[in-house]
Design a protein around this ligand. Structure first.
Ligand code: AMP
Ligand code: GLY
Length: 422
């Protein structure tokens, strides 16, 4: 079959690599892809994933058998609905189901309707009511913009003053436009975070190996939140007992609940969790693979993954997921200025040398290939995944390769897959 991967970051590079290994795949296309994907010999078509019209037309003209959508924004905008209407199977949820990520208010109320464990919280549309609530209840609170805000709309607050500031920023000053006019205010939970993702066809689901990402910019979980500075899989403290609870108490009720509400979910459902003393609690749902979680989960899969994705896309998922007994650690190299204003056009060296090391996968995210060589072209520049028999070996390989890739002002955490921050 011919498979189109939609998106152009490190996650999509990992998807392309994996799908090309599937025996049933004849060609993988990327839209728009990136220069690193193109350097693998993959045809990249310059189509904006948010231009739904152009995307439908292009995929139909290319006679694609399956579209795999990486990022959330086109799904929330209704890309899957449009492609399905054009007769193209899509691995990724329709708009109604993608609301589980697209609206945190919807997700919060959905979880309440279906008894899915999450931080107690409330939805507010009036700033005065939110402020009044915060003044009357001591917290600590987390304030979240309702809509998509590229991972920047969540404020974990240490005091009532901070929470009031977040409400002011989102609801009164409109820092995220319409995305922040409505907010969720929820209790701040304590524990370690875990990402558990599942492939589902709307009825059945297959858990992917669990992963943990590191969201803060600097070592020891300090500095601003980012899209993710690294990840690892498996996660030793995600015991089979915990994963079974996540399946039974969270993912199965979510899939069943969406179907019951007429929004059957197809694709990857991502549960971002806090492992609290009372058990796993949902912090957020995402309607897609995580980035950089994909860069540690996908290299661990084997078999005909394209066929598995197609089965999920067409409502016929069977128990066919195969996972390699390998550990994976991914280290992200970010441009100076990230996550604010990343600096572009900085020369990058060492990519080929790093990619040639055993047990190493390089996934391009924000790079560009110029006549003179590779330069930075985004915030997260490359994701370096090391594979090994255990996390220690995977980590050594990831850092061994990452150290060889250089550009001015390179930002890289040294503690990915290390012991928990204290
Ligand atoms: P979200 O996009 O909702 O996952 O939030 C982004 C990050 O904010 C999470 O990965 C957590 O680190 C943090 N966070 C979100 N909700 C909570 C909560 N209720 N308690 C503590 N931390 C949270
Ligand atoms: N790494 C977190 C996310 O993709 O949302």
């Amino acid at each position: 079959m011919r498979v189109a991967v939609i998106g152009g970051g490190g996650r999509e590079h990992a998807l392309v690599r994996l799908l090309r290994r599937s025996p049933s795949v004849r060609e993988v296309l990327a839209l728009p892809g990136n220069d690193g994907i193109a350097a693998d010999g993959v045809r990249c078509l310059d189509v904006d994933p948010l231009d739904l019209e152009d995307m439908c037309r292009t995929l139909a003209a290319e006679r694609v058998d399956l579209a795999v959508v990486g990022p959330e924004a086109p799904l929330v905008a209704g890309l899957a609905d449009r492609l399905e209407a054009a007769g193209i199977p899509v691995f990724g949820p329709r708009q109604a189901a993608a609301r589980i990520e697209g609206s945190k208010a919807f997700a919060k109320e959905f979880m309440a309707r279906h008894g899915i464990p999450t931080a107690p919280g409330r939805v507010f549309t009036e700033p005065a009511e939110a402020e009044d609530f915060l003044r009357r209840h001591p917290g600590p609170w987390v304030v979240k913009a309702d809509g998509l805000a590229a991972g920047k709309g969540v404020f974990v607050c240490g005091s009532t003053g901070e929470a009031l500031e977040a409400v002011d920023l989102l609801m009164r000053r409109g820092a995220f436009g319409d995305a922040g006019r409505r907010v969720v205010i929820e209790e701040r939970l304590e524990g370690r975070e875990l990402s558990v993702l599942a492939i589902t066809d709307g009825k059945r689901l297959e858990l992917l190996p669990p992963a943990r990402d590191h969201k803060r910019l600097r070592d020891g979980d300090r500095g601003p939140n980012t899209g993710g500075m690294g990840a690892y899989s498996p996660v030793p403290d995600a015991t089979p007992g915990i994963l079974e609870r996540v399946r039974r108490e969270i993912l199965e009720p979510a899939v069943a609940g969406l179907a019951e509400e007429g929004a059957a979910y197809r694709g990857v459902l991502y549960a971002g969790l806090m492992l609290t003393a009372d058990g796993p609690r949902v912090l957020e749902f995402n309607c897609r693979l995580g980035d950089p979680e994909a860069q540690v989960i996908l290299p661990r899969l084997e078999g005909d993954v394209a066929r598995l994705f197609l089965a999920a896309a067409t409502g016929r998922l069977e128990g066919t997921l195969r996972v390699r007994e390998l550990a994976a650690v991914c280290v992200v190299l970010a441009a100076p200025g990230y996550p604010g204003k990343p600096q572009h056009d900085l020369p990058i060296t060492g990519l080929e040398e790093a990619a040639a090391l055993p047990g190493v996968h390089l996934y391009h995210a924000g790079t560009r290939c110029r006549a003179g060589g590779w330069v930075t072209a985004g915030g997260r520049v490359v994701a370096v995944t090391g594979l090994g028999g255990d996390l220690e070996e995977a980590r050594r390989r990831a850092y061994g390769a990452a150290e060889r890739i250089r550009f001015p002002g390179r930002q890289m955490r040294q503690d990915i897959a290390g012991p928990p921050a204290t």
